[in-house]
Design a protein. Structure first.
Length: 288
């Protein structure tokens, strides 16, 4: 469950919750209970969005006028949701997502994570950007290393399934070498490709070709990813990006968003999500 907190733009020092766009606490608690009643585990991931981003801005490039004020607001919001997550027995709480310009602030992050641990008793994770997981020096403060999957898998070549799989095999070696160094399981926090002709090369750029759907390449991207990672014990799990936000949202092969519903990608996801995980027995034993 992804929750949006907002700041006006990249230089803003204040962060706020807009209840027109983000579920209130009571609604959120009902969603978590709904999931738990269906034997689903819940990861709660608050993220920061820019309400009126200027050209080139996104949350990875924020540079507030006052870092002290920004951290004060961010800490307040994260503590609020950590307390809610504890009350609702959420399994994993994400302490942040893709906040690249903050990641060098080692002391700030360790202080925040320490405060969150005083309110939340289960696993903590952070979601790093696909190209910025190595510089983080405070991975030892969390329990799970999160990362997105928005790699260029083609370099401009035709996005065949063989090429996509080969690209992931190379990345697999690099990621697992790094993972052995930090000793944490990896959670892929945004596994997704927009249904667009450019999705294999620019998967993060969902506005690149909004009028050019390519559901086969989208499905092949999922296939190559899961072929590479589905049996890897170092992986804690996969979060598909993204599901629809409301029942009226457009889905299907002409929809060029990330949503896999009613597209060939959904059949790929279903196939692999029904396969037994190599970690399943250990996870059930630990939970008992």
């Amino acid at each position: 469950l992804v929750l949006a907190a907002f700041q006006e733009n990249g230089s803003s020092s204040s962060i706020f919750i807009d209840l027109r766009k983000t579920p209130g606490d009571e609604h959120l608690a009902r969603l978590i209970r709904h999931a738990h009643e269906r034997n689903l585990r819940v990861i709660l991931m608050p993220i920061v969005l820019l309400e009126n981003a200027r050209e080139g801005e996104w949350r990875g490039k924020i540079n507030p006028v006052s870092w002290n004020d920004w951290w004060e607001d961010y800490t307040s919001i994260m503590m609020h949701y950590a307390e809610l997550a504890e009350r609702c027995q959420v399994e994993v709480f994400m302490v942040g997502s893709e906040l690249i310009s903050t990641e060098k602030m080692d002391n700030r992050w360790r202080e925040l994570i320490g405060k969150i641990r005083s309110r939340f008793s289960r696993r903590l994770a952070y979601s790093s950007n696909w190209d910025h997981y190595r510089p983080i020096t405070w991975w030892d403060a969390v329990d799970i290393a999160g990362m997105t999957t928005y790699y260029d898998l083609t370099g401009g070549k035709e996005p065949t399934l063989d090429l996509l799989t080969g690209s992931w095999e190379k990345l697999r070696g690099e990621i697992l070498e790094w993972q052995r160094g930090i000793g944490l399981p990896i959670l892929f926090t945004e596994v997704g490709w927009p249904n667009q002709t450019s999705c294999a090369q620019y998967p993060w750029n969902y506005y690149a070709n909004p009028d050019k759907p390519d559901p086969i390449t989208q499905a092949n991207c999922f296939e190559a990813f899961f072929r590479t990672w589905i049996n890897e014990p170092a992986i804690a799990g996969y979060l598909v990006w993204e599901w629809r936000n409301h029942p009226g949202q457009k889905v299907g092969v002409e929809d060029t968003s990330y949503i896999p519903m009613e597209k060939p990608a959904m059949a790929v996801i279903e196939k692999y999500f029904q396969m037994p995980s190599p970690n399943a027995s250990a996870s059930r034993s630990e939970e008992r």
